[in-house]
Design a protein around this ligand. Sequence first.
Ligand SMILES: [Zn+2]
Length: 176
Amino acid sequence: MERRKPLNQMSAKKRAELAGQGRPVWSTLARVPFSPARDTTRHATLDRKPAKATGPDAATVALVIERDRGCCVRCGRYVAGGVRGRDFSIQHRRARGAGGTRRADTNGPQSLIVLCGSATTGCHDHVERNRVEARGFGWAVRQSDDPAVVPVRHAVHGLVLLSADGSFTPCRVVAS
Ligand SMILES: [Zn+2]
């Protein structure tokens, strides 16, 4: 069988040609009609998938999934067999943005948990919409918090502290 090459992006020249024929080509990633008048260099940048520089790397994601046994930290359902972003999410306990992305621990295992669903379904959605409850269980932390010292109510492991190396430590509850 012949080796298949990955699909190439349509060249700017080809798109200009189609646009000239009154058939502008829309980018699938940025809904911007192609116009030869535009700066094509800039347009080519828009056409690429944004770099995932703001998210955790593949090794960290694998570590988090392994630590959480592939299960949703809130409901305990096994989800890792599904599609990330649809069936499960790697959730940031401390929301990104507000400078959070530049902090070294933002994409560390201590900041990340597996939740079922997407931003609009399952426990990921629930946690997004119920921030106070989520903070109570450690599924979310405040911007000012160090995720490594805030206990997480974990559906598989119980009450734990998550470490930067991808391990966890059981957390003893002090009786009041
Ligand atoms: Zn869940």
